[in-house]
Design a protein around this ligand. Structure first.
Ligand code: ADP
Ligand code: MG
Length: 343
């Protein structure tokens, strides 16, 4: 059985969706004046991206932000045949290939986090992702020889980026880049930049579980973000307060298939090349930028709560909480400053 990607929706967003019957311009009463708002949603990188922006220019701004998202999707999706990423994957073994600034930036970040997490995040496991096919209609457990071929390859060490020429080269033919763990984080950041450039001071984006905040709510309060219970689809496990921050969750309930009673989900441990099974079922990161949060939520899911807590506490400006399979909640030291509450 396949389960479509589920979206974690902020509590506030749920409220707004309840208030607003369809997409379009709306007027919200602030204490002093009416504030215009606009909301829209689209499918991007296989997931529903929705956003609401407040202020005069909200319609134009949000439309521009979604255009930017489409532009980046065309660069880094593996599901768009002539994407730049697919071209790189075809050409870069033993050959220098020039990258766009966008792709260079994201690959560089992905490799940085691969090193930081000792390969828990490894953007070069594209072939393994293809073999499992989780989230597609041909998901399956790969054959033993396939597993053995790709196990613990640490291929992230086999990608050379040249900062001066913005070129990439793969040193091993098994390298295939997959930016699924980090791409949505980057898209959210770029959408927020566009909104800011357009003068928007209050907005909320939800990219299938990556919640991006810009400014505060129009009443100057921080946004309240609810994190779903990994075991109960319509329940909230915890909540956080955020302003100009992103809250990103990776969970085993997002994309998976079940065979012989075992759930095979889409976050792969590169050491075993099986779905990660280190005790965490949901990993949430709160920090300034989505690209960092997205990389870290995937990596910490794989590392397990003990190593994950240590890693996050060693980083400035990043907090996290992890829900274990027995529903125990592990939090980093500074999380309570983010209005964290377990429900
Ligand atoms: P989601 O995109 O569902 O929110 P994640 O951000 O955790 O979830 O990313 C999961 C996606 O990242 C997978 O669908 C796959 O494309 C890719 N991926 C899975 N395991 C890894 C890994 N260990 N390192 C890098 N990318 C991974
Ligand atoms: Mg991620």
């Amino acid at each position: 059985m396949f389960k479509k990607k589920l979206i974690i929706i902020t509590m506030i967003f749920v409220l707004f969706l309840g208030l607003i019957s369809c997409m379009g311009i709306n007027k919200f009463k602030n204490t002093k004046e009416e504030v215009e708002s606009y909301e829209m949603s689209e499918k991007i990188l296989g997931t529903v991206v929705s956003g609401v922006a407040y202020g005069k220019n909200s319609k134009e701004a949000l439309e521009k932000a979604f255009k930017r998202a489409n532009y980046i999707e065309n660069i880094m999706s593996v599901n768009i045949k002539d994407s730049e990423l697919n071209k790189v994957n075809e050409e870069a073994f033993n050959k220098d290939v020039k990258l766009s600034n966008e792709l260079y930036y994201v690959i560089d970040k992905a490799l940085y986090y691969a090193n930081l997490t000792n390969g828990a995040l490894d953007p070069t496991i594209g072939h393994v992702i293809d073999e499992w096919g989780i989230g597609t209609d041909h998901a399956k457990i790969p054959e033993k020889d396939v597993i053995n071929k790709y196990k613990s390859l640490e291929n992230y060490k086999n990608v050379k980026l040249n900062l001066n020429t913005k070129e990439i080269k793969f040193l091993n033919e098994n390298v295939k880049l997959d930016l699924g763990a980090i791409g949505k984080g980057y898209i959210g950041d770029e959408m927020r930049i566009v909104l800011k450039e357009e003068g928007i001071q209050s907005a909320l984006l939800n990219l299938g579980g990556n919640v991006v905040t810009l400014g505060t709510k129009i009443n100057n309060e921080k946004w309240s973000i609810g994190i779903r219970n990994p075991k109960e689809e319509n329940e909230i496990s915890a909540s956080l307060k955020a302003s100009n921050e992103v809250v990103v969750t990776s969970g085993n309930y997002e994309r998976y298939f079940i065979k012989d009673g075992i759930r095979y989900h889409h976050i792969i441990d590169p050491k075993t090349v099986y779905p990660a099974k280190n005790g965490v079922v949901s990993s949430t990161i709160i920090t300034k930028d989505g690209i960092d949060a997205d990389a870290l939520s995937t990596a910490t899911y794989i590392l397990g709560s003990e190593k994950a807590k240590k890693l996050i506490e060693s980083l400035d400006g990043v907090e996290a909480f992890f829900i274990k399979d027995n529903m125990e909640v592990i939090v980093t030291k500074g999380l309570n400053n983010k209005g964290f509450r377990v429900r």
